[in-house]
Design a protein around this ligand. Sequence first.
Ligand code: GUN
Length: 279
Amino acid sequence: MPQLIDGKKISTEIKDELKEKVSRLKEEGKTVCLAVIQVGKDPASTIYVNNKKKACAYVGIESLSYELPEETTEEALVSLVEELNGNEKVNGILVQLPLPKHIDADVIIRTISPDKDVDGFHPESVGRLCIGEPGFVSCTPAGIIQLLKRSGIEIAGKECVVMGRSNIVGKPMSILLLRENGTVTITHSRTENLREVTRRADILVVAIGKAKFVTRDFVKDGAVVIDVGMHRNAENKLCGDVDFEDVKDKVSAITPVPGGVGPMTIAMLMYNCVTAAEK
Ligand code: GUN
């Protein structure tokens, strides 16, 4: 059996560290507050938003909840974000995605002040990450770096292959691995000889959104595999982008689904909120 990278345990460690930090900030008279905005009633978004609010309560962060109707206009949402930008009590602003089709998510993301951009989606945050300046980092890739570091997995000098080039995971993941001195390759839907590329990886991060796509022929013996996917199979069981059962005796370490990357995203959101309050 490979090393199971326990995201639930590591995320709890991080939240416990943050809880202490928040109580120290309180002693200095500083509070931490996150505004959480959901537009419409997408059931998956409701679960994510509730988990974020629960994590806030655990860490001692106040959460302000805005549950807006599906018909909310782009202008109304822009106004709310601008009001929260100007509200000194609010340290972080999170607009849950996806937004209804009539609202341009890019407009909303650009409206959030980069100082309160705890999702790390604003172009200024992404630009800062690319040039190595301090700023908020997208939570899922930041969480993966923590998983690797806290599991004692060396990144420097290693062949890192990131499958998927999304703005939220693949692209920031590749920049973070590069920042840790990994040798980084990104694969995507047009990559030729995909398995040849992924089999070079010492660390393989899979964020492609295809259930059980990565089988043992994609991985090198002894590789570390990080699975960002989250799907429900025919029996309503959760599974990832990686076929866990197929690869498990070939890899040295792997994240399970659930209980791997998922809990880390929320822990890093809490980290970003505390960082925002410390500034
Ligand atoms: N929808 C799915 N994941 C995320 C996330 O990390 N942040 C936001 N704002 N929306 C999401």
